[in-house]
Write a protein that binds this ligand. Structure first.
Ligand code: GLU
Length: 279
């Protein structure tokens, strides 16, 4: 199998050392395997994603010497392509409409900050069926029902990152108590859950190995469940350790002091960046 991986930043801030680590590692793994390295902009958070951040990320990646194969895939161009998957889940009776607060739903669908999982939904709208859908409602996955599709044979994924290396089967307990009835979509404002769009795009880009930070490890089961429910192939995963600041905190995009563009302006070279992150 050809090794195909990708770097999938959300253009909501500058590229920092942590992202550079992820991008360089994925790129170098692809080169070492004689495979492909692709690029995808996860820009479904319309409020926070900005073309200027995307332009800066592209500039930083090129400066780092990373060449990606083919055009950059942009999730905002693909919103319609996610709908057939939602239709399938609806036909399987696995979705229900939810009219809970707009702010909560936006937060639940966004890419994680600091790897925090959204709160498990208490199930306020769980009694509703799709016939009661009204404009403005979001769609949630009925997790209990989704799990019953697999009986005792829950799907799994193989992981090659050192911390969790091995084969991991989705646990019903984790799915119910840590993930719950996640928001997948809201039509009127085009909100699509980051983890659904991202998993579908991995399939669309024919990704064989997802290389990303270990803060996303806990999200992998929901992606594996969704792909398996849809009968789509599950890639292998490689969750790498995180680059932390002097206080041991994970670097986030808002830590602008670690922005690659600032190191660049400071006269550092791509090799300096590789040494700083131990690559
Ligand atoms: N877009 C996500 C982020 O910026 C990464 C998602 C992934 O690599 O699967 O953190």
């Amino acid at each position: 199998m050809t090794f195909r991986t990708r770097f999938a930043p959300s253009p909501t801030g500058p590229l920092h050392l942590g992202h550079a680590y992820s991008a360089i590692l994925a790129h170098d793994m692809a080169v070492a395997a004689g495979g492909d390295f692709l690029l995808r902009m996860e820009d479904t958070d319309m409020q926070r994603s900005k073309p200027e951040w995307e332009a800066l990320i592209l500039e930083d990646l090129a400066w780092l010497g990373l060449a990606w194969k083919g055009p950059v895939l942009r999730q905002s161009d693909r919103l319609e392509s996610y709908e057939p998957a939602l239709d399938d889940l609806r036909r399987m009776g696995l979705l229900y409409p939810c009219s809970c607060s707009r702010k909560d739903i936006r937060a639940a669908a966004a890419a994680p900050q600091e790897g925090a999982m959204p709160d498990v939904y208490p199930g306020t709208c769980k009694h509703r069926d799709m016939a009661s859908w009204r404009p403005g409602d979001a769609l949630r996955l009925h997790m209990d029902r989704a799990l019953t599709v697999f009986g005792d044979d829950l799907p799994g994924f193989s992981e090659t990152g050192t911390k969790h290396a091995g084969y991991h089967r989705v646990s019903a307990d984790h799915a119910l108590s840590r993930i719950g009835d996640v928001v997948l979509f809201r039509k009127d404002d085009g909100i699509i859950a980051y983890f659904l769009a991202s998993a579908l795009d991995d399939v669309a880009q024919d990704i064989s190995h997802v290389v990303r930070g270990e803060d996303l490890f806990d999200f992998t089961p929901i992606q594996v469940l969704l792909l398996s429910l849809l009968g789509l192939p599950v890639p292998a995963y490689h969750h790498h350790g995180l680059i932390r600041d002097g206080n041991g905190r994970r670097l986030a995009k808002r830590d602008d002091a670690r922005a690659i563009s600032l190191f660049r302006a400071d006269g550092k070279t791509p090799q300096d960046i590789r040494s700083m992150i131990g690559l």
